[in-house]
Design a protein around this ligand. Sequence first.
Ligand SMILES: [Zn+2]
Ligand SMILES: [Zn+2]
Length: 369
Amino acid sequence: MTKPSESLPIIDEQKIGAHLKFHGLSGPEIDAELVDIEKSGGLPAEILRWWRGDAHTHSAESTREGFNYPEGLYHYEEILYYYEMLGLDFVCFTEHASLPQSPCVQEPTSAISQSLLEHTKRIHNLRKELSGKYRCLPFAGVEANIMYEGEKPRIDIPDEVLAELDFVIASRHRVPEEKRTELGDIRESLSSAIVNPYVNVIGHPDRDIQTKTEDPRAAEAYWQMWKELLGEMRLKNKAFEINLKAQPDPKLVQMAADMGVKFFLNFDAHEFNQFLNYGDPSSITTEQRKADAQKYAWAAGSADEDDLLGLAIYKKEKLAQGPGVVPILRLAHWIKYLEEIGVQPEQVVNSSRENFLAFLHGNSETQTA
Ligand SMILES: [Zn+2]
Ligand SMILES: [Zn+2]
């Protein structure tokens, strides 16, 4: 069986370009209109001042053999071209490691470890090839899983592999049932990633662990846990991700901002329509259902030629529609919020490529220290 990413044809750069559009913002009251990216020169300057690169993007490489469902649909080149048109300066391809729903420890020789090393080489070659031609340059990353090995929390990818990558996100996706509710366990699992010298950012830090408690003592303990964790993050120079797909509690973001923790504003793009299905499921069209079935067939390695052709057309159409109004509005909303709580763009690591490179450099010095 070929890898899913290798079975999907790539869209030719010329064929994408002519149709690229995105939902832009036209005024302070934010009503969206469809903007031609090539004509407008990209996203509005007020967004680009805060978001100059995406540091959490999944390419087709994230749809690993054996996952049997899609975690990424586009090739590096397609995403790069698209982000270039948006006016971005960089993108980190942060591919999934082992299966997010049931992570397992990877040896350096495992197929996933080896494919991450291969991914790094390909991205580095692509970066060389594109520099001077593109403003938007690629970086090689991984979204590793915070998991448990027996009683001990760790991440699924070994250090020697992490060391080769440019960028490492550590995220809690699925931890055992008995480790999900106790604050001590939550704290310990996040802390294990914060002290890992190769981790750069904690992905969607409070996803699935927001407490909806009415009990003031439980609430106090919850916020105390975060105060300690954010203190550790500040000390170890680990960034806090504002993930547009799994958005954090604004109160937690304010706490992180006040403590001087750095942020990333990340799309966490798996494909470019990922925000469409979030509303009313009955609004999903027949075409969308068909495309979903084709995506699953592709991910499972059972797509026929018609499926692959259908997917190629689907991908092209979605690219032409742009990121859509939901993610751009979410981005605008978070930028406004960060401004309100006194955050400057410099505190957001991906507000410029220089800022991002300086952050990586700072992190790599602590790895060798
Ligand atoms: Zn994630
Ligand atoms: Zn992700």
